[in-house]
Design a protein around this ligand. Structure first.
Ligand code: CUA
Length: 450
């Protein structure tokens, strides 16, 4: 008897959970209402079976429970019952599968008027490419992929020159226009998923896959990788922003094309030297850093990372948190660099400074730190020299007090919480693997040995 009660409670509890649960579908923002329809049918069919089988079991447990003097009748075959069960199961399975076939037929039939956006995945971030005014994407080849050409676009292909390249994980699409996402992976399996769009697709290295949809609601939707792709999988997030047509055109016009990207002038170290005088006041004349001024060492850091941080300060991605007092100071300082060319110049000058080792100020346990560092090593490298392809800066040889402070800032959300600071956001997630101040000191002590 208690078993029958448990079964009935299980059924009632499941139905209540379904009706009252706060975990429901996100709002639909694409044309794929058909997907919701198939999910609903599956839920109704399996729900009906779940409820009826469990209630039937409870009924049997009560009805046929042991009574003194009665004997169970053995009935191994019942043709009529088997016909019924086979028939009902066939109808149920067909009801679940048939709508899926119709959805799939529509899913693989991309509308001719769909415009194309390429999304490229790699451990652990997204980038986007749009065909330029010619409407054609240039040829790509994995063998051509370099730090300067992350898509591997053929520089000889005229179609590729006007391709719009977005080297960050936030892509835009216009509302109410069918879009075909071409999907490529540089390394392992990834998966392109925006929950509100209801369609998803794997990215397979060596293959081109795709999905299409018509966005129906403007907004910013989180882009998730839904294929376990390594230790940073959970941090492989981006966004697809659905804009009104004219906002989309404006956004697209502001992006850089492949040829513009290639034509960017290199920084001029001689001019940058004069601009560096402002920086030298805190960071030291050789960019060696000065803990008394809370200014980290700059010499020896990669140019792409220095540039990205200066631009982050300029664009409000960094140093805007109310508790980031030293970051706020930097905002005033970077204002002395009026444009991108000035930033390139000063970074070019920093690259000429001698890379002397910085003073050790933290004494943690490097042995314990080494264990913790295995997570960092995936992106920053086992030698801590950084990897541009993974957007991970050099750590070895940096001011240790600065590394410790930044780890604390990432942990507490003082840094990396601006919605456009994509890589800071990843660090925020990963820094949570360090549970206390001791762990931070230990890891920094290990980095000091690199
Ligand atoms: Cu990429 Cu998970």
């Amino acid at each position: 008897m208690p078993f029958a009660v448990v079964l009935i409670l299980l059924v009632v509890g499941s139905i209540l959970f379904h009706l009252l649960s706060p975990w429901t579908f996100t709002e639909l923002a694409s044309n794929w209402g058909m997907v919701d329809f198939t999910v609903d049918i599956t839920l109704y069919v399996t729900g009906f079976v779940f409820v009826s089988v469990n209630l039937f079991m409870a009924y049997c447990v009560i009805k046929f429970r042991h009574k003194k003097g009665t004997r169970a009748a053995y009935e191994p075959e019942n043709k009529k019952l088997e016909y019924w069960l086979t028939g009902l199961t066939a109808v149920g399975v067909a009801a679940m599968l048939t709508p899926g076939l119709f959805v799939w037929a529509k899913f693989v039939d991309v509308p001719e008027e769909a415009h194309v956006v390429e999304a490229v995945g790699q451990q652990w971030h997204w980038t986007f490419r749009y065909p330029g005014v010619d409407g054609k994407l240039g040829e790509v080849d994995a063998e051509r992929i370099t730090a300067e050409n992350p898509f591997g676009i053929d520089p000889e292909d005229p179609n590729g020159q006007d391709d719009v390249v977005v080297y960050n994980p936030e892509g835009h699409v216009p509302v109410d226009r069918p879009v075909k996402f071409l999907l490529r992976s540089k390394d392992v399996l990834h998966n392109f998923t925006v929950a509100q769009f209801r369609v998803k697709m794997d990215l397979v290295p060596g293959m081109n896959t795709f999905l299409w949809l018509t966005p129906t609601k403007t907004g910013r939707y989180e882009l998730l990788c839904e294929e376990l792709c390594g230790i940073g999988h959970f941090a492989m997030r981006g966004a697809v922003v659905v804009d009104e047509a004219k906002d989309f055109d404006n956004w697209l016009a502001q992006q850089t094309t492949f040829s513009e990207h290639n034509a960017r002038p290199a920084g001029n170290a001689a001019i940058g030297g004069a601009q560096f005088a402002v920086c030298a006041a805190c960071h030291g004349p050789e960019g060696q850093g000065n803990p008394a001024m809370n200014a980290p060492k700059l010499a020896g850091q990669s140019d792409w990372y220095l540039k990205r941080q200066i631009m982050s300060y300029k664009n409000g991605l960094r140093g805007t948190h109310e508790k980031d007092l030293f970051g706020q100071q930097m905002i005033g300082m970077v204002a002395t660099l009026p444009d991108e060319a000035a930033v390139n110049n000063v970074v070019a000058y920093i690259e000429t400074l001698p890379d002397n080792s910085s003073e050790t100020t933290k004494d943690g346990d490097p042995e314990h730190g080494q264990k913790l560092y295995t997570v960092c090593a995936y992106c920053h490298g086992g030698d801590g020299m950084g990897k541009q392809a993974l957007n991970a800066p050099r750590l070895a040889g940096s001011s240790d007090w600065y590394l410790a402070r930044q780890l604390q800032n990432f942990k507490s959300g003082v840094r990396g919480t601006h919605p456009k600071d994509f890589y800071g956001y990843q660090m925020g997630l990963l820094s949570q693997t360090l549970h206390d101040e001791q762990a931070v000191d230990d890891i920094v002590a290990y980095i000091n040995t690199l």
